[in-house]
Ligand binder design. Structure first.
Ligand SMILES: [Zn+2]
Length: 688
């Protein structure tokens, strides 16, 4: 792959050169846009790249977009949301059918927040025009529905990088500064670069305060736009990457996404794959292949880590997704060979630019079409599932405070938080086909809850979250239940109790690897039922930033729990996936009529160990994490007994609540609420 990438880069450089030579040197005023009364070759205000001589300059964009607004005043409004560091307007072009008033949900398109990643803004300019113009797409039913029902914000967050890339037209511009915004002083060696505008949003979770990029005027303007509306739906943040074996890549953002949101975003990704076939012509594809080398396909997707091998804190689309703050459902994309240091008449590659623009059509139009066709996603549990409830909550004002002595290096203060991995199951219960039921260890050991009511019991991260008088009785009870046909799933740190349950596995066989993210690095057999349904570039199972884990080099802190593969298999276990070589992180072991499953990276506790000024999220399970969990839950306990007789419990009411004596909060409320319900439950148990 490395070799092929190098070849692609070289070929593209040669292509750019060839195109430049072919075109010669256009006159300095050879604008591609219909300004100054100049007609364009195809009659559009923003002509198609194949008929354009150059990339769009910022001034041409401003002129062209004003013309579109003038032509279709009832469909778009060109607004500014702030001023860049270098003094340029930050545009938000708002599109909606203004004749239909009232509150409308918002959709977001962020284009080229990195100034040198120009394909996104090239595409957005064309899209705005053609959705407005009835002679182009404006007459299509779906376009009218989108504009009737939604308000679309086309934002252009990095005008400085845009202008600085125009090396022939911009005063003092330089290829040095095209990614970021303006430096303080281009000639000052102590500040040689501007700031990366995609690292300075107040994202809930780990925040890399040593990063000097936070709180730039452009990011503040975008954050203020997000905060100004309370009904954000889908959003996309379109970038360009150096090169890839696909024309475009989707980056699945991860955070505290319930199943519905996770699947909405996966559906978006799958839809883009289909859309690429619709909007990118095979002829262009073939032409690019001829010029640039082989491509593996049109589109692929995964998490940032899956696709790019890295992550970042403080990104704009992460902030857009933040639950309880902005609540958008956002996605990021990368266009191939999409970073261009200096963009002008000499570097214009019409084929490449057309592919970018058509890829952006596939991406943005897929999003708009899915916005008007919402779907409900149901998590199929495959059985009756219980999880062991942990009443402990992690708060900014609990006994250990914020949990570290880092202080407030970023000077952001400290947002309050009150989190628990239990929220994952409460959210899952809302989207599952059957109840996902919380049980407490005391109820099980005390006999108030018979585990044989369930097919599966999940011990997530902690196999004994509350103390019991007789530990051995707990392990014995679990072992008997599994032998009788139960399916016991251990996740994360709960793998440490394997020696209590499985003969032949000892404490030394279990290890934790602190890695960049939580992941299954290698799947053994993708046909195996534990690996069925994997999508995208599947590897990452949980993310770090939302739940507070630092990453990168010696900062890697994401816990991946695993068991020595030889010991696991000698004990009869099956390895479905590994993290470190020679260690099983994902697998199953048959015990009697039952099964013990392990998934060592799914649902760790949020951590307070690192700087988290904007608070913490409850969980950060990826789409792959959901898939693997779902596979582990497919089980039928042959010894299952019916739930207690009607009258005691309502099947429609998934979470067992206090009136059943379970002592569980119906909604995961604050600590005080949990405490009072717990006290009530304890009192009830004593009365029995
Ligand atoms: Zn980028």
């Amino acid at each position: 792959m490395t070799v092929r990438r190098a070849t692609v880069v070289a070929a593209i450089c040669m292509t750019v050169l060839a195109v430049a030579l072919r075109l010669g040197t256009p006159g300095a005023g050879a604008a591609p846009v219909a300004c100054d009364g100049m007609p364009t070759p195809d009659g559009r205000i923003f002509p198609e790249p194949l008929t354009s001589l150059t990339y769009l300059t910022f001034a041409e964009f401003e002129c062209g977009i004003a013309l579109v607004e003038e032509a279709f005043p009832d469909l778009l409004e060109v607004t500014t949301i702030g001023t860049s560091f270098g003094g340029h307007p930050v545009y938000d072009v708002v599109m909606t059918a203004e004749s239909i008033g009232g509150d409308k949900p918002e959709l977001l398109v962020m284009s080229s927040i990195h100034g040198d990643e120009i394909g996104a803004r090239e595409g957005a300019a064309r899209i705005i025009e053609e959705m407005a113009d009835p002679d182009l797409l404006g007459g299509e039913d779906w376009v009218q529905r989108v504009l009737d029902e939604f308000r679309i914000h086309f934002t252009f967050p990095n005008p400085d990088g845009w202008v600085n890339g125009e090396i022939l037209t911009s005063d003092g511009a330089s290829v040095m500064y095209t990614r970021e915004n303006d430096p303080e002083d281009p000639l000052d060696p102590t500040e040689p670069f501007g700031q990366d505008l995609n690292r300075n949003f107040p994202v809930k979770g780990y925040f890399a305060y040593q990063d000097p990029d936070y709180f730039q005027p452009e990011g503040d303007a975008m954050a203020a736009l997000f905060e100004a509306h309370d009904d954000w739906h889908l959003g996309t943040d379109n970038h360009g990457q150096a090169n890839d074996e696909y024309l475009a890549a989707g980056l699945q953002i991860v955070g505290e996404f319930d199943y519905q949101k996770s699947e909405d975003l996966a559906r978006f990704a799958d839809g883009i794959s289909a859309g690429m076939g619709e909007y990118v012509s095979t002829q262009l594809f073939a032409q690019l292949e001829q010029e640039a080398g082989e491509y593996a396909g049109a589109y692929h997707w995964g998490t940032l880590y899956d696709i790019l091998g890295y992550s970042a804190s403080g990104s704009g689309i992460d902030y857009y997704n933040t639950p309880g703050v902005i609540n958008g459902s956002g996605f990021a994309t990368e266009l191939t060979v999409g970073k261009q240091a200096g963009t002008n008449q000499f570097t214009h590659n019409p084929v490449l630019n057309q592919i970018w623009v058509d890829s952006i059509r596939a991406i943005n139009y897929t999003m708009f079409q899915q916005a008007i066709d919402p779907q409900e996603h149901v998590f199929e549990t495959g059985g009756d599932v219980a999880y062991l409830f942990d009443p402990e909550r992690i708060r900014h004002d609990d006994a250990n405070g914020v949990g570290n002595d880092i202080g407030d290096p970023g000077q952001f203060g400290q947002a309050p938080y009150d989190v628990s991995r239990m929220t994952f199951f409460e959210d899952l219960d809302d989207h599952a086909d059957r109840p996902v039921t919380a049980v407490r260890i005391g109820e099980v050991v005390g006999g108030a809850v018979d585990l044989d009511r369930f097919d599966t019991l999940v011990l997530a991260n902690d196999a004994m979250p509350e103390a019991v008088d007789d530990e051995a009785a707990w392990w014995g009870l679990l072992a008997d239940w599994v032998a009788g046909g139960g399916n016991l799933l251990l996740t994360d740190a709960a793998l440490q109790v394997l020696p209590n349950l499985v003969d032949g596995i000892v404490a030394d066989d279990i290890q934790v690897t602190e890695a960049y993210v939580g992941s299954v690095e290698a799947f053994t057999d993708r046909e195996h039922p534990l690996n069925t349904g994997l999508r995208g570039v599947a590897s990452q199972t949980f993310d770090t930033v939302p739940i507070g884990y630092a990453f990168g080099g010696s900062n890697n802190s994401a816990p991946n729990w695993e068991v020595d593969q030889a010991a696991w298999e000698a004990a009869g276990g099956y390895t479905a996936g590994t993290h470190s070589g020679g260690f099983t992180i994902h697998g199953e072991l048959t015990v009697g009529d039952g099964r013990i499953g392990i998934l060592g990276a799914l649902l760790p506790d949020p951590t307070e160990e690192f700087y988290h000024p904007f608070g913490l999220q409850n969980y950060a399970v990826t789409y792959t994490g959901y898939t693997l969990l779902q596979n582990h839950l497919q089980w039928d306990n042959p010894s299952q007994i019916a739930a207690p007789a009607p009258g005691g419990e309502d099947d429609e009411q998934p979470a067992p609540v206090a009136d059943e004596g379970s002592g569980l909060p119906a909604t995961g409320g604050g600590l005080a609420a949990v405490g009072s319900v717990v006290a009530l439950a304890a009192a009830r148990r004593r009365r029995r």
